[in-house]
Design a protein around this ligand. Structure first.
Ligand code: ADP
Length: 497
């Protein structure tokens, strides 16, 4: 099949969180299964230098003139000579709109909307420009959500040359891109798309994610449990539970995989020593080195070191951890915490780390190499998320030998097996309360003192396989089913083998 993925992130070039890893992992796995995979990503100001170093150059051909309402924006494609098989990346270079960072806060909602509109138009025009008959146009998350919407509107108006199937993958339903109706009308979308019960109308506003849920030929999210949670009610559905439920069998959960070519402790150059499940000795070196690197001198060699890597936002359950940190540090446990986000959370972590410098280390920022050393040098990995569409941190922690402690929600429930079960590889708790997290930590401490029991748990975790190839096969099936349904409904859908 000819498959076009559209995303705001793509690892390693443009990464804020798991979206980047997930889209890159899926693209690679689909390409390895023989598909012609192309990916559209904005050339943000913050990444253009890195992109140039990586060999991206302006593509030939006439400049792109993209229109958002009455405003024309000049844009161009950046490409690199194709060195290997695998996905081909096209960077949309529109400096007036994509200057700055991946999620530019200064520009506010109007900029986010213009970015979404430009990305969708450019992506939908790319196949024609390449003379490449696309079968599947696959949008990821709200930033790309105008892709299925515009495809539906444009296809109905016979503007798109090819009758491609459109797909939406929801990586996080909490980010929907909600804008005033008149801001969307100004993009030139027909009034019917904005009027109740139109594609985009949402309680008197316009909701890009909702539009894509309605317009896409098929929709999925990134774990079976999160799919169930999001249709069950507003707590996880964030107001879109009805729209999702209305899609019936055309909405499903497909678990993300982990890209073990990148996340492999045997060949990870960020680690001070290589190791694997079969040759674990190097891991002890990583544990000691991490303590030294972060100045965790008060953590006795025999005590647990707990790691955390993630965006510091309410979703990640940092509020459950904060009230426990001081007491646990005084008990002799150590903490290696890496993240950035909410300023108040950053400040509280900073204060705790300042008060207990030998036991609590907090590094503010984004640091991929340190993240890898935390996965490889911690004994436990904390992921007490309030909700988690899939979560990749726990998968990486398992492979790198840090037993995850997770809340039973979304993809965490689908990937971590509690130590109480025969094939357990981590610790799972239910209630979103600090005492529930503390009880799980105490269970971990108890098992930690049983060295052979801990080693067996760790071995099981390191040998778990979250295989992108299996997930890509599920996506293939979803594409094919959507194409068959599209043909039956007279909406095109021609899928090459
Ligand atoms: P989310 O997508 O909600 O951010 P995931 O667990 O799916 O959460 O993915 C997070 C990814 O981002 C992981 O690869 C994690 O290692 C990485 N990550 C998050 N925060 C940081 C950080 N501050 N520094 C380095 N890597 C980070």
């Amino acid at each position: 099949m000819n498959i076009l993925l559209v995303s705001a992130e793509y690892a390693p070039l443009a990464k804020v969180g798991g979206l980047a890893d997930a889209v890159a992992g899926l693209a690679g796995a689909l390409a390895a299964r023989g598909h012609d995979v192309r990916v559209v990503l904005p050339a943000y100001g913050a990444i253009v230098d890195r992109a140039a170093e990586a060999g991206f150059r302006p593509a030939g051909g006439p400049p792109l003139a993209l229109r958002t309402g009455t405003v024309f924006r000049r844009a161009a494609w950046l490409e690199r000579p194709r060195a290997t098989r695998g996905p081909r990346l096209y960077l949309l270079d529109a400096p007036e709109v994509f200057a700055g960072d991946i999620y530019d806060r200064a520009g506010g909602p109007p900029l986010a909307l213009e970015r979404a509109a430009l990305l969708a138009q450019a992506a939908l025009l790319l196949p024609q420009r390449l003379g490449w008959p696309v079968d599947i146009v696959h949008a990821h998350d709200a930033h790309a959500a105008l892709v299925p919407v515009c495809r539906r509107l444009w296809f109905d108006a016979a503007v798109l040359p090819e009758a491609a199937i459109s797909v939406l993958t929801i990586h996080n339903l909490a980010h929907q891109e909600i804008h005033p109706l008149d801001a969307l009308a100004a993009l030139g979308l027909p009034a019917t798309a904005l009027a109740y019960p139109g594609l985009l109308e949402f309680h008197g506003l316009a909701n890009l994610m909702k539009g894509a849920i309605v317009a896409a030929d098929t929709v999925n999210t990134v774990s079976p449990t999160y799919a169930t949670e999001t249709v069950a009610g507003a707590e996880f559905g964030c107001g879109l539970e009805g729209a999702l439920a209305a899609r019936g069998a055309a909405y499903r959960g497909i678990l993300n995989g982990a890209d073990y070519r990148s996340w492999n402790p045997r060949a990870d150059r960020a680690l001070p020593a290589p190791f694997s499940a079969a040759a674990i000795a190097g891991r002890e070196h990583c544990r000691v080195a991490l303590r030294r690197e972060l100045g965790l001198v008060d953590v006795a060699p025999g005590r647990l070191l707990c790691g955390f890597v993630g965006r510091l936002v309410a979703q990640k359950g940092v509020e459950l951890l904060l009230p426990l940190l001081e007491r646990l540090a005084e008990d002799g446990l150590g903490f290696a915490l890496l993240g950035s986000g909410d300023g108040a959370l950053e400040e509280r972590l900073r204060a705790l780390a300042d008060a207990h410098p030998g036991s609590i280390a907090f590094v503010r920022g984004f640091d991929d190499a340190l993240a890898r050393r935390i996965y490889g040098g911690s004994d436990l990995f904390l992921m007490p998320s309030l909700f988690e569409p899939c979560g990749l941190g726990q998968m990486y922690a398992l492979r790198y030998g840090a037993a995850p402690i997770v809340r039973r929600t979304g993809g965490l429930a689908d990937t971590v097996v509690d130590a109480a079960l025969p094939d357990g590889d981590g610790f799972v708790f239910d209630d979103a309360r600090p005492d529930a997290l503390l009880a799980a930590l105490r269970r971990a401490e108890a098992l930690w003192s049983d060295r052979s029991g801990w080693a067996a748990l760790q071995q099981r975790g390191m040998r778990r396989l979250f295989d992108w190839d299996r997930s890509a096969a599920d996506y293939e099936l979803m594409y094919t089913q959507a194409a068959v349904a599209g043909q039956a409904a007279g909406r095109g859908g021609h899928v090459r083998g």
